[in-house]
Design a protein around this ligand. Structure first.
Ligand code: NAD
Length: 251
């Protein structure tokens, strides 16, 4: 059997209705996984794509910015029949603004969704995996701003840099218990999240000039790394932040 095969495994994917989360959910289903799509919005298209591959799809509705939502999401997934095998922490938001004017509301909104909820989802998922005595895989979706400073996105940079830190911390704590915690750091991907950047001709040209691959990533470009980190092929990979960036960080 292929070391990349995910048959018989369930993957819980947050923010699965669009963009990177949708592409990862479909990519994991293509490798054999059944999917729990978690989010605030309907996951109709993702569900149709996953089911057309012959895999099961379950929806768990949640606003991950809310205190207490993480434990409810994992409990909801298990109640729906999923096993705690793979967790992809993909849901995230961005707020742009000069640091001189940045508001506490924009700070809290991004930190709550992109960092706090990820930690507590990891905690609830790991507790379930340990209780069920299953090998498990956690994949956090980091960013170039897990490595770099960025500009005009202070809460996003704080959250994604923090996410790299907790990926390593949790890997240290859980590697010996059969749970792999790793991250994918996408480069610049064509999604809703980057619409404002792509609409700004000057910023768009600056970004493209620096990408050795010569193009923005498409959400599907993230799926291969996700299948690898979700599968037995990555059993000895712990605490890694894998850039999928068209070479951006190599420059
Ligand atoms: P997107 O806006 O298309 O998707 C974000 C997803 O998160 C959506 O499904 C949305 O419904 C969900 N979400 C947001 N807030 C939520 C909440 N409170 N509760 C539940 N779900 C919530 O953007 P995307 O680019 O696909 O982003 C996915 C992830 O990839 C994010 O973590 C983002 O930071 C990261 N990322 C994106 C890029 C890029 O260039 N697009 C680069 C690096 C990292």
């Amino acid at each position: 059997m292929s070391r990349f095969d995910l048959s018989g495994r369930w993957a819980i994917v947050t923010g699965a209705n669009t963009g990177i989360g949708q592409a990862i959910a479909v990519g994991l289903a293509n490798a054999g996984a059944d999917i729990v799509g978690v989010g605030r919005s309907a996951t109709t298209q993702t569900e149709a794509d996953v089911c057309s591959l012959g895999r099961r799809f379950v929806t768990v509705s949640a606003d991950l910015s809310r205190t207490g939502s993480a434990a409810r999401v994992i409990a909801g997934a298990l109640e729906a029949g999923a096993t705690p095998d793979i967790l992809v922490n993909n849901a995230g938001i961005i707020r742009r603004g000069d640091s001189l004017d940045f508001t506490e509301e924009d700070w809290d909104a991004v930190l709550d969704t992109n960092l706090k909820s990820v930690f507590f989802l990891c905690q609830a998922f790991a507790r379930a995996a340990l209780a069920a005595e299953r090998r498990a895989k956690i994949i956090n979706i980091a960013s170039m701003l897990s490595f770099q400073g960025g500009i005009r996105v202070p809460s996003y940079t704080a959250a994604k840099s923090g996410l790299a830190g907790i990926t390593r911390l949790l890997a240290n704590e859980w590697a010996g218990s059969g749970i792999n915690v790793n991250a994918i750091a996408p480069g610049y991907v064509e999604t809703n999240n980057t619409m404002a950047l792509r609409a700004d001709a000057e910023r768009n040209a600056d970004i493209l000039k620096r990408i050795p691959a010569g193009r923005w990533a498409r959400p599907e470009d993230m799926a291969g790394a996700a299948v690898f980190l979700a599968s037995p092929a990555s059993d000895y990979v712990h605490g890694a932040i894998l850039p999928v960036d068209g070479g951006w960080l190599a420059r």
